[in-house]
Ligand binder design. Structure first.
Ligand SMILES: C[S@@+](CC[C@H](N)C(=O)[O-])C[C@H]1O[C@@H](n2cnc3c(N)ncnc32)[C@H](O)[C@@H]1O
Length: 419
């Protein structure tokens, strides 16, 4: 993943398909190792460096990945030391290029196990697990203290949040879930989601509490036509359809759109789904358009720790360029008097606040319709001076770190002049 900048979920799916012999417990362990390795990569690398006096040998195949996976278990998982070391040594022996280093793997990991307390103390500052370039950007955007709080929040696994079609209190009771002020449910327990009551019959869907906010700003009246331009896998499409809108869900990726269609079938929500490049879309203007634009996703590191290490700083400029094209296209699909909601799950102002400021400069026929605190459960701290939504991962404190926080999201609601 680190070398190929490949996403964690896709990689695990690909490997699971290739290793059918692995049972659910092996898969769950593989996921746990990979996830914690990415979440705590800075600390792990710091720990390994102590005992690799001459650095990593070149052309050593999977050696670095084997060491990282081994150290992740020794430092952060409840795996017996001998099992973690033994597995790593066997992995080294099984890889042609890492084979000559099997003894080194054994020695380094034993020393990591012996120095566990010191390594964890050295990695105490949360920023160690955030790439420098990203932390620097958060300091510039939010100041040092908030940047550190975001980094600290990202070190914890996030709880599962749920959006319900209706009967929020009833489902909270059935699922034993907390009702968040924003109107999402948060599950305290770790359980396979498809086994929970209400999943199979389509009473609810998984959606982060922050991700559930932007679609609400559309506030569709029954029967209004809404275009969801980057729709898959459909969390926001479901909200719009459940609110009574007639939705056209567009996504460039046929595979992801297939997942959207499956989700809508499970939820018994009728939407029109179209696999197409939004930039080339040729449909009549709608009452409202939602653009949940492709972005760096730096607001989702609690759920996707791979993003911190697979994205590069220059990705942000190219994504911002694509977002500018997409928001201009989205604007052309809004009827006079209609609404446009633009959102991203990024913490980077170039993909949020600055994107919308530049849009408003280019499009004098659009104005902002500020978000009101009542629309987001009274959480006025999530509304910027301009009236946009800005959530940060360390906000929304809960009883314990895993039950705290929400994804970092930005959203703005814009209205097109009537004529
Ligand atoms: C942030 S995700 C959308 C998440 C979705 N709105 C939800 O709530 O479940 C962005 C999506 O944009 C799609 N996408 C990227 N570029 C696109 C384009 N030019 N046209 C249409 N879809 C695009 C991607 O395939 C991806 O599914």
């Amino acid at each position: 993943m680190l070398r190929q900048r490949a996403p964690l979920d896709e990689t695990l799916e690909r490997l699971a398909a290739r290793h059918e012999e692995a049972g659910p417990r092996d898969r769950a362990l593989a996921r746990a190792i990979a996830t914690v390795a990415l979440r705590r990569l800075g600390t792990i690398r710091l720990g390994l460096k102590r005992f690799l006096e001459r650095g990593l040998p070149r052309n050593a195949g999977l050696l670095e990945a084997i060491l990282i996976g081994g150290a992740a278990q020794l430092l952060f998982l409840d795996v017996p030391d001998h099992a973690a070391v033994d597995l790593a040594v066997r992995q080294a022996r099984a890889d042609k290029r890492a084979f000559p280093y099997a003894k080194l793997v054994n020695a380094v990991l034993r020393r990591v196990a012996g120095a566990r307390a010191e390594i964890l103390a050295a990695g105490e500052a949360p920023r160690i697990d955030t790439p420098d370039w990203l932390h620097r950007r958060w300091v510039a955007a939010y100041g040092e203290a908030i940047a550190d709080a975001i980094a600290a929040a990202n070190r914890h696994e996030a709880a599962v949040d749920i959006s319900v079609k209706d009967d929020l209190p009833g489902w909270a009771e059935t699922l034993g879930a907390h009702i968040l002020p924003t109107g999402s449910l948060r599950l305290p327990q770790r359980v396979p989601v498809p086994d929970l009551p209400g999943y199979a019959e389509g009473a609810w869907w998984v959606q982060d509490a922050a991700a559930a906010l932007p679609a609400r700003f559309i506030a569709p009246k029954a029967g209004e036509r809404v275009i969801d331009l980057c729709a898959a896998p459909g969390g926001k499409t479901a909200q719009l359809a459940a609110a009574g809108a007639s939705v056209l869900a567009v996504d460039r990726s046929p595979e992801r759109l297939e997942r959207l269609a499956g989700n809508m079938r499970r939820l018994s929500l009728a939407v029109e789904a179209l696999a197409a490049d939004a930039l080339a879309l040729d449909v009549p203007p709608a009452d409202a358009v939602l653009l949940d634009a492709p972005c760096s996703a730096t607001g989702t590191l609690r759920r996707h720790p791979d993003v911190a290490w697979t994205k590069r700083e220059d990705d942000i400029a190219s994504l911002a360029q694509l977002q500018a094209q997409l928001i201009d296209k989205a604007a052309s699909l809004v009827r006079p008097g209609g609404r446009l909601v633009y959102c991203t799950c990024s913490l980077e102002p170039e993909e949020g606040e600055r994107q919308v400021a530049a849009f408003l400069d280019r499009h004098r026929d659009f104005t902002r319709l500020p978000v009101a605190a009542e629309e987001i459960g009274g959480l006025a701290q999530f509304i910027t001076a301009d009236g946009d939504l800005r959530t940060l991962p360390h906000a929304l404190p809960g009883a314990e770190p895993r039950l705290s926080g929400l994804d970092g999201f930005y959203a703005a609601r814009l209205v097109r002049a009537s004529s």
